[in-house]
Design a protein around this ligand. Structure first.
Ligand code: ZN
Length: 293
């Protein structure tokens, strides 16, 4: 009896450490569970919230705005040129997706624009040529539609190309100011302003608003429309070598990015008339150089 009593009381004493252990264990399990539960059962978030710098980590850092960072804009670039083509408007305007995926290394500050420049009331005209470039925008209400003389010249060129086996098509010509607002905003939203400025004109600055710019491609070779690869196709080479005979110039030639403000566009031609076009072609000039702008 005696010995049992002793054993009993001995056992009772031993129970306290056990209760403490169970309680501590319960706390160890319950507290983290509640903590994680408070963070939507997201383990990463719960751990971040525990760290001393949690207040800084709270907002998950967004990628920096590409308009302030050239290198980011450059990295994003390759994604852009063709994707917009798959959106609704592509049908009529594959143009904007334009600009080749390789941005020029020497991009001028402001991408060639004069900071805070506002649109004028009248267009800039030099030696009879209406100008639309990054330094000479058009009035927002300049809205004459596609130029008839340019269309007739294009049709003549297309007829000549057909004889040589190429079926040309102008997939984008006149674009209104409002249309350019929509397009440009889409590209800025998608790629950031710095990147968008390299392949799409700001509203009022697009040569398409003059009605004299024709984006040219070959029927059944839509994969080369608004792509630098057009310049490597036989049709693209035909246009490059013959457009001046019909009054068109390749407006953004390779190697002239700093002068024109745009990357090379093998598909974008501007009507200037046969004599000026032939001069510009022969002297390997841009419109800016020809007019001394
Ligand atoms: Zn164009």
């Amino acid at each position: 009896m005696q010995s049992r009593k002793i054993r009993f009381s001995h056992n009772k004493k031993k129970k306290w450490p056990m209760i403490v252990t169970v309680l501590v264990g319960a706390i160890l399990i319950t507290v983290p569970t509640i903590w994680i539960g408070l963070h939507d059962w997201n383990l990463d978030e719960s751990l971040i919230a525990l760290s001393p710098e949690s207040s800084q980590n709270e907002p998950i850092p967004e990628p920096q705005d590409s308009s302030e960072n050239d290198s980011i804009a450059v990295e994003e670039k390759p994604v852009s040129p063709l994707e917009p083509e798959e959106t609704e408007e592509l049908e009529e305007e594959p143009d904007e997706l334009q600009e080749s995926p390789t941005p020029p290394a020497e991009v001028p500050e402001n991408n060639g624009y004069i900071p805070n420049q506002t649109l004028p009331d009248v267009p800039t005209i030099k030696n009879g040529f209406i100008i639309a470039n990054k330094k000479n925008p058009l009035p927002s209400d300049y809205n004459k539609g596609e130029d008839q003389t340019a269309r007739e010249a294009f049709d003549k060129m297309a007829a000549a190309a057909k004889v040589d086996g190429f079926e040309l098509f102008a997939f984008s010509t006149f674009r209104s100011y409002e249309r350019q607002v929509d397009l440009y905003n889409q590209y800025v939203e998608k790629d950031g302003q710095a990147a968008a400025d390299r392949y799409s004109a700001r509203p009022g600055f697009s040569e398409h608003q003059t009605g004299l710019a024709f984006d040219i491609g070959e029927v059944n070779f839509e994969q080369h429309w608004a792509s630098s690869s057009f310049g490597e196709t036989p049709a693209g080479q035909w246009v490059a070598q013959n457009a001046h005979l019909y009054g068109f110039i390749m407006r953004y030639p390779l190697g002239k990015e700093e002068i024109t403000g745009y990357m090379h566009e093998a598909w974008h031609f501007r009507y200037v008339g046969v004599v000026p076009a032939t001069d510009i072609y022969t002297n390997k000039q841009t419109l800016e150089e020809y007019l001394d702008l």
